[in-house]
Design a protein around this ligand. Structure first.
Ligand code: AMP
Ligand code: MG
Length: 540
């Protein structure tokens, strides 16, 4: 196969299903709900869909699998990624994991509606596991149906790809298929069940291993299998670390701490709120995984969470994500402790999380403001004052940074009223409630802009250069909750054009796309309280 060859036929895909080859299988093969002991996975077949219809596919993910887009146009593609047919080499299975949900140990969870199809090694030698979400019940489905609705599947499909193009580590999405069946969901768990169209997303990642995969084995005192899974993970997902040994276990955990910190810095940079950071939703590779009731900050509010299921405690609010990731890593440390038995060394590894996060956050904030490098003497204060300012009045985070990049920071200081007015004209696009822009606010903004211009002048950065740098780190377009909802509303009526439009938009989220300016607009008033835009639940 030459480096240019692309497969037009799914039957030509080459699978290397290492997870199921090297790890122990559940002996039971009948698909009924149960506790699965002494095994990492159960073989299970997807439930066929009556009338599958392709909604969308991601051409970038198609390319990762060495496929030609011709392969996606064929009916076979729709059948396979709805779960109706396995091509040669595919072997379907669901995996066993546990987790802490909202801080409490929940025991066995597992792939309750995820069915893996196998792993592809592409021409670059990259390993890509394929996983259907919503293709029917598995031994891990507990009391639920194993299905997914179009609404949540559109959200997962679009957000995975948007996050990738935004530069945020994430699982990917190959395809989105309607099953032709309806699924009953009580969207807000308030006694209003409704039939919704069912759908299946095919997710793609180097692996789907979660913190909870290790936790369940330790909880069951199955230390030999824990060691087997850790060794397997190091050999496949972290091969660069070397052959597994107690020293390598620590190096591996340190690496997981580092990768997790980097992912969280990205979330804070783009204003992403995951919504359900349970330990079963934490990828061992530091990938954003399990797009459920996630949301994007519109007005900057660190206390915001889109997840109504978490409305009381707000455990997973935007500003708490860094602390929660640390807590989750602590649970992973507990899980692998039996292999290491050195508390201090594990704690030391966790400081790598804190250090990576702090350094990453400072660099990220410096980048967002267009500074050449973080200067501890001045910049801590500059950031703190800005963060306070962003919360004083309802300010759209994404628009604010893009507009900030446009202001002239090279005028002679102190800032004159005319300079301030010119800057304010740009920034005024970011505000939601004009009545909030009182003199007290303007004075604080004036002071901050003066300090900011002073800082930029110290760097001797030109306006053009600063804008260029800032626009590479501050996206113009994010998947605002109302945009996803518009795509869902139309898709439920059989019109998939908005999904395509957003997919195309998010290929260049940092570029100005003048014909798509409307998609950068701040949240319209109708979306403020509408279900799906400001409020979401785990019902999906
Ligand atoms: P989540 O925290 O929403 O990612 O899901 C928690 C657990 O519930 C996981 O084990 C999921 O596989 C499972 N789950 C969620 N929704 C369903 C469903 N509709 N059917 C079966 N299992 C589900
Ligand atoms: Mg999950």
């Amino acid at each position: 196969m030459t480096s240019h060859s692309k497969l037009s036929n799914l039957d030509d895909l080459v699978f290397d299903n290492r997870f199921i080859r090297e790890l122990p299988a559940d002996e039971e093969t009948i698909n009924h709900r149960r506790q699965v002991i002494g095994a990492c996975y159960s073989r299970v077949k997807p439930t066929p869909a009556v009338k599958p219809q392709r909604v969308a596919y991601s051409r970038e993910v198609v390319a990762l699998l060495d496929l030609h887009t011709d392969a996606c146009e064929a009916d076979n593609f729709t059948q396979v990624f709805a779960g109706n047919h396995l091509v040669a080499g595919m072997e379907s299975y669901s995996t066993c994991y546990g987790g802490h949900q909202f801080g409490n140990w929940a025991g066995q969870l597992g792939d309750g509606r995820a069915i893996n199809l196998g792993e592809i090694v592409n021409q670059q030698g990259e390993r890509w596991a394929l996983q259907l979400k919503g293709a029917g019940p598995t031994p891990y489905s507990r009391t639920a149906d194993g299905l997914a609705v179009l609404r949540s599947s559109v959200r997962e499909f679009l957000c995975s790809e948007a996050m990738y193009h935004l530069g945020v580590p994430t699982t990917r999405a190959l395809s989105l298929i309607l099953t032709g069946e309806s699924v009953i969901r009580d969207m807000f768990y308030n006694g209003n069940p409704k039939a919704e169209p069912g759908a299946v997303v095919c997710r793609v990642a180097p692996s789907f291993t979660r913190f909870g995969h290790f936790q369940i084995l330790t909880a069951r005192r199955d230390i030999p299998l824990l060691q087997k899974l850790v060794d397997y993970t190091i050999r496949t997902d972290f091969a660069h670390l070397g052959e597994p040994s107690p020293a390598i276990y620590l190096a591996w955990f340190t690496e997981v701490c580092r990768l997790t910190a980097e992912m969280i810095v990205h979330w804070q940079r783009v204003g992403f709120v995951h919504g359900v950071m349970n330990t079963d939703n934490m990828s061992i590779l530091g990938l954003t995984i399990d797009y459920g009731p996630y949301g994007w900050l519109e007005n900057y509010d660190p206390n915001w969470t889109p997840n109504t299921t978490d409305a009381q405690e707000r455990r997973y609010r935007f500003g708490n994500q860094p602390q929660i990731a640390f807590w989750n890593l602590g649970q992973l440390a507990n899980a692998i402790y039996p292999l290491i038995e050195q508390v201090e060394r594990l704690q030391q590894a966790m400081t790598v999380y804190t250090e990576t996060f702090e350094k990453g956050w400072q660099d990220m904030m410096s980048g967002k403001l267009g500074l050449k490098a973080f200067d501890s003497a001045t910049d801590e204060q500059l950031f703190a004052d800005l963060i306070a300012l962003l919360q004083l009045v309802e300010t759209d985070m994404t628009i604010f940074y893009r507009q900030l990049a446009k202001i002239d920071c090279t005028t002679q200081l102190p800032l004159t009223d005319a300079d301030f007015d010119a800057a304010f004209t740009y920034l005024s696009e970011a505000y939601y409630v004009p009545e909030q822009l009182n003199p007290a606010y303007k004075t604080r903004l004036h002071d901050w802009l003066e300090a900011y211009s002073h800082r930029i002048q110290k760097d001797k950065t030109s306006n053009t250069e600063r804008q260029l740098q800032m626009n590479k780190i501050n996206p113009k377009y994010v998947l605002r909750n109302y945009l996803a909802q518009l795509a869902i509303d139309q898709a439920e009526q059989g019109d998939f054009s908005m999904i395509e439009k957003l997919l195309a938009l998010f290929r260049q989220p940092y570029d100005e796309q003048p014909d798509k300016e409307a998609l950068a607009a701040k949240r319209p008033d109708w979306a403020r309280q509408r279900a799906g835009c400001s409020m979401l639940s785990c019902s999906s």
